[in-house]
Design a binder for this molecule. Structure first.
Ligand code: ITT
Length: 194
């Protein structure tokens, strides 16, 4: 049985949009941190995506009593031993913009022959009874050297998913959701809900 209401424990409007696109058609009412202006920003200080995802979902479940879903995502680049990984949001420093993070990535990748990488999303779900569940989604691809496209967010303009020629930033959100790390993790979550 689908819960009637789920709290999306994210402050990232792009992520919220991608999550809404899949969950709203299931008839689930979605709330987010924006509905609770007194909510605090959860410090993402854990060493893994799993740890940060659980921390965010637990905080919002405790605050609201609602089943709460969070998403922690990292770009894991093979030639950089998995960096920026869990540090993807602040690769170029605290409060770095998407552009600054992407520029740093391209500098680190300068001259690299092996450009393979993956996005990995961990969704944490704390259900109405406080039980915790984790779902993972991976999307493999290649880091290109010149950004292309203006859709999506984050590192999308430099990531070409395997089997495609366009970057994530050149795909519609429907196309991205079908094959993306987040879309795949969400699919497992929806299957779990039954
Ligand atoms: P919340 O924790 O509030 O959900 P956040 O932006 O801090 O939002 P993450 O720590 O999970 O989220 O994201 C890390 C960074 O990874 C994010 O700032 C983007 O730069 C990048 N990122 C996440 N999902 C992405 C996607 O689908 N496409 C491109 N980049 C993405």
């Amino acid at each position: 049985m689908f819960p009637k209401e789920i709290l999306l424990a994210s402050a990232n409007p792009h992520k919220i949009e991608e999550l809404e696109q899949i969950l709203i058609p299931l008839g689930i009412t979605l709330k987010s941190a924006r509905d609770y202006p007194d909510g605090e920003e959860v410090d993402e200080d854990q060493p893994s995506l799993e740890g940060n995802a659980l921390k965010k979902a637990r905080y919002w479940h405790q605050k609201t009593g609602l089943p709460s879903l969070s998403d922690d995502t990292g770009l894991e680049v093979d030639a950089l031993s998995g960096a920026p990984g869990v540090h993807s949001a602040r690769y170029a420093g605290n409060n770095a913009s998407y552009l600054q993070n992407t520029e740093k990535l391209l500098r680190e990748m300068n001259g690299q022959k092996n450009r393979s990488a993956q996005f990995r999303t961990v969704i944490a779900f704390v259900d109405g009874k406080g039980r915790e569940h984790l779902f993972e989604g991976v999307c493999r691809g290649t880091i290109i050297s010149e950004p292309r496209g203006d859709k999506g967010f984050g590192y999308d303009p430099v990531f070409v998913p395997d089997g495609y020629e366009r970057t994530f930033a050149e795909l519609s959100s429907e196309e991205k959701n079908l094959i993306s790390h987040r879309g795949r993790a969400l699919k497992k979550f929806v299957e779990f809900l039954g």
